[in-house]
Design a protein around this ligand. Structure first.
Ligand SMILES: Cc1cc2nc3c(=O)[nH]c(=O)nc-3n(C[C@H](O)[C@H](O)[C@H](O)COP(=O)(O)O)c2cc1C
Length: 532
């Protein structure tokens, strides 16, 4: 990326640009000096822009200016300072601006004019109404560039000494803003989800998947059916069939290496239920925060913050799971606890045979009763999901910031209603002695797994185990106190079709996110190599 600084004559763009380039460790190029260097290389004569223009005339000079700018436009990672001559030409301007961060340096005209008296007026301003001519040129430059600028910085006599430092901060902020793509996740295998609860569709684009992997809509459908609303009495009655449509990236049943787009239409929407609460913030929901952050929100079912967004995750996760299974890695999650009823037995074969997705046959019925009781009481309940990933090789995860536990926690925390993630013995480790918590080793294996399969952010080869705290469903048909968009006191009882407990439906979502993290980590590791 280039940082292009533009501004009127004497705005200080060259001084600021030079200093900025120094702090950023980037080369600094001025379009004028570049033109002069090119002229010198061509003619063997070193002359200033002013002299070249006087000699050759305006038309030829402007052509040289455009050529020099085009040459600079083709470069990357540099700081460029350029003036009105270059930026007022539409073609040159668009060349320079494309792929760059544009900084417009403004200054009060009286300050600029004062400075120009000292540096010497160019010939075209040496006339009786030089100041108004100059003002007009400054106005034209601002008009041509302000709307394109990422940063508009006003230099004053007070801040000019530290302008480059202030600008460096603004550039860092703007770069961060550009790098943000909060609906995408993953490095090599990258998923982007799209769609809102009551829009036409939700889905995902999964990029970075290797070619030749056999995948069908049925593979994806199997997982979507586990997340689908309306699957049993303990989930929302919204009856979406959640049919998977693969739009791209799969040819004759195999991945092509191109981005895989899976679309799921929203069929059973009923936005009318939300009309009465268009202006009201539902307690426990993201209504207030979306409103505060964006100033606009889709009030129908929470829009983007809805659990429906997770259909895209599950679709993408289905592809990841298929690839992982071929590499001997399986991921299984289940309801370990609902409404305080905790299962002790871990019978993984039982999970899909009961509506709450418990692994303990004795606890499953009690959990189900608790969910139905909550619904009858116009309330909701939360719970704990446990996930086990088997067959994960040792060596995945990238210290320090992309440790495997950090990646998994981030992925799972990004799911709505998740309020806690613990790895291995997690919070219990805080109450143990080292003698109890350390996993001893013998004959190349661990004798226990309090670490949850991760040490130092790197997988150990043992099962990855983690637990997820899921809050009770925020939408309940009970009167609750809240405010509306004008800050007025309101009460609300949330009508609509909701899960009295999110746990059974979040299980496949947790698995999907873990699968995406593990596949990404495997692909990253295959690029790094390592001791193995
Ligand atoms: C699979 C899934 C289904 C969900 N279903 C509902 C629901 O039916 N009703 C509801 O109020 N919240 C539901 N949620 C939770 C809300 O989306 C979430 O709690 C809300 O957006 C606030 O975000 P936060 O809990 O992460 O702070 C669901 C979440 C997930 C992941």
């Amino acid at each position: 990326m280039k940082i292009v600084l533009t501004g009127p004559k004497c705005s200080g763009k060259s001084t600021i640009g030079g200093r900025l380039a120094e702090i950023l460790g980037l080369p600094f190029i001025e379009t004028d000096s570049h033109l002069e260097d090119r002229y010198c290389a061509e003619t063997g004569d070193r002359r200033s822009c002013r002299e070249i223009c006087a000699d050759e005339g305006e038309v030829s000079f402007r052509a040289r200016e455009a050529d020099a700018a085009a040459d600079i436009a083709a470069r990357d990672w540099c700081v460029v300072a350029t003036g009105g001559g270059t930026m007022l030409d539409p073609e040159t301007r668009s060349l320079l601006v494309s792929g760059s961060m544009l900084v417009l340096i403004k200054a009060p005209v009286h300050l600029l004019w004062e400075r120009m008296q000292k540096t010497g007026l160019p010939p075209f301003l040496r006339c009786a109404d030089g100041l108004s001519e100059y003002q007009e040129r400054v106005r034209r430059l601002y008009e041509a560039t302000a709307h394109l600028a990422d940063i508009v910085f006003t230099v004053t006599s007070e801040n000019e000494g530290e302008a480059h430092l202030l600008l460096a901060d603004r550039i860092a902020e703007a770069t961060l803003r550009r790098m943000r793509s909060p609906s995408s996740f993953g490095e090599v295998v990258r998923v982007t989800t799209f769609g809102e609860s009551h829009g036409p569709a939700v889905g995902a684009v999964l990029d970075g998947v290797p070619p030749m992997v056999e995948i069908s809509e049925a593979d994806i459908q199997r997982e979507l059916d586990r997340r689908r609303p309306g699957q049993s009495a303990v989930t929302t009655p919204r009856s979406e069939e959640d049919r998977a449509h693969i739009l791209s990236g799969v040819f004759e049943g195999r991945t092509t290496g191109a981005p895989i787009c899976v679309l799921v239409y929203n069929r059973d929407q009923d936005p009318s239920k939300y009309e009465a609460i268009r202006e009201v913030f539902r307690p426990g929901h993201a209504d207030f925060t979306f409103w505060k952050k964006y100033g606009i929100r889709d009030h129908r079912g929470g829009g983007r913050s809805s659990g429906r967004e997770t259909a895209g995750r599950v679709a993408a996760g289905a592809v990841a799971r298929k690839i992982l299974a071929e590499r001997g890695i399986t991921i299984t999650a289940f309801a370990q606890e609902i409404a305080g009823v905790r299962g002790e037995v871990e019978d993984l074969g039982f999970i899909e045979r009961n509506p709450v997705r418990a692994a303990d046959p004795a606890a499953a019925g009690l959990m189900e009763e608790a969910v139905l009781r909550a619904r009858a009481d116009k309330d909701s309940v939360g719970g704990v999901v446990k996930l086990i990933a088997r067959g994960v090789p040792a060596g995945l995860g990238d210290p320090v910031f992309f440790k495997m536990d950090a990646r998994l926690a981030m992925a799972i925390f990004s799911i709505g209603a998740v309020k806690g993630v613990e790895i291995g013995s997690g919070f219990d480790a805080a109450r143990m002695g080292g003698s109890e918590n350390n996993d001893h080793m013998r004959d190349g294996a661990f004798l226990s797994n309090n670490a949850g399969g991760i040490l130092g952010g790197i997988t150990t080869g043992a099962d990855i185990t983690l637990r997820v705290a899921v809050k009770p469903t925020p939408s309940i048909f009970r009167e609750q106190e809240t405010i509306d968009t004008r800050g007025a006191a309101r009460t609300v009882a949330v009508e609509g079709r909701h899960d009295p407990c999110i746990v059974p439906r979040i299980v496949p979502v947790v698995e999907a996110m873990a699968a995406l993290v593990l596949l990404d980590a495997l692909e990253i590791q295959s690029k790094i190599g390592g001791a193995g």
